[in-house]
Design a protein. Sequence first.
Length: 146
Amino acid sequence: SELYRYGKHRREWIVALGYQKINGKQVVTHVYRLKCRVSRAAEAEPDYGDLSKALSFYERCGAQIAGLAHVHPWNASDVSPSSVDIETHSRWEELYDGKFIGIVFTNSGVFRIFHAGNCKFKPVIVGNGVRRIKGDLYELERACVS
């Protein structure tokens, strides 16, 4: 809902995802709302001081950063990361030794899980409320979008 709040105002926004090991699996357990230094229709950049706070928060909780999610602020039935998204994500993957995922959403509740080719995570969606469209493209079934 945080991403949608900014997306409906036609601005990209970013959240950090944290994971913990549970029964031998890395499970996303935390979503940290980041302040953005830049937030426009086709660009977002986190405030790196706030990102540092997120990393400290995860450490205090016994978690680690799993990746970043952001919104492309339009309604669409498909979504893909931009070339800038992939380039940026590649640096994060390298920094975290391949243990980093990206997720890009639209205002329609459609999202894609992506990586830059060196990801060691194999994301699996469990639970209710998400429908797989195809491959790494999903839809939130109960998304409160306009």
